[in-house]
Design a protein around this ligand. Structure first.
Ligand code: ACO
Length: 153
């Protein structure tokens, strides 16, 4: 596994990350108006939902030497009936700040989310992405499986 640049840290997302996380996510998609209060309520929600001892939401940030958020992502743990009530990890909302892309931060973030999911007992981790990101996720060890479909409301 790769290691972070000197002085960078990786940890669970907290309330103070409001401006950092909302700005970094803009490289991924429309974030829209999210107030600080809404973000704080979301963190309370993410911190409160558990499967036994396991947190269901595992929003994570990489922070640089100035304490600024440079990357973010989440792995959600889902408990199923199949695979003897097995756990599946769903990777969601991966984003690396534009000026920090190409420095392996995305790869390090994904490897960290795998480690969390594996420690929690997930038997696999899955995600949906654009065709343009397939090469990145293959470098992260994932293989194409199935087809993403959606209906939008
Ligand atoms: N296509 C092919 N290869 C890629 C791509 C790509 N789009 N992006 C990176 N790679 C390669 C790199 O060249 C590198 O290869 P190497 O080890 O041979 O040098 C390897 O993948 C690791 O790259 P990182 O430097 O870790 O990538 P980065 O930190 O830039 O993060 C990411 C990649 C997350 C896709 C970033 O560019 C980004 O934030 N993009 C915009 C938002 C986005 O599309 N997020 C993913 C949405 S899908 C989801 O969230 C489940």
């Amino acid at each position: 596994t790769m290691s972070l640049p000197e002085g960078y840290t990786i940890r669970r997302t907290k309330k103070d990350d409001f401006s950092g996380v909302t700005s970094v996510l803009k490289v991924l998609t429309m974030v829209g108006d999210v107030s600080q209060d809404q973000f704080h309520s979301l963190i309370d929600h993410w911190d409160s939902v558990t499967i036994g001892d396991i947190p269901m939401y595992n929003s994570t940030v990489i922070v640089d030497t100035n304490g600024e958020v440079v990357a973010t992502g989440n792995v959600l743990v889902e408990k199923k009936v199949i695979h003897e009530c097995g756990l599946v990890g769903h990777i969601e909302d991966i984003a690396v700040r534009k000026d920090q892309q190409g420095k392996k931060l995305g790869l390090i973030l994904i490897q960290y989310l795998y480690k969390l999911a594996n420690e929690y007992g997930c038997y696999k981790v899955i995600l949906d992405c654009d065709e343009s990101n397939v090469g990145f996720y293959e470098k992260c060890g994932l293989k194409k499986a199935g087809v993403e479909m959606q209906i939008r409301f």
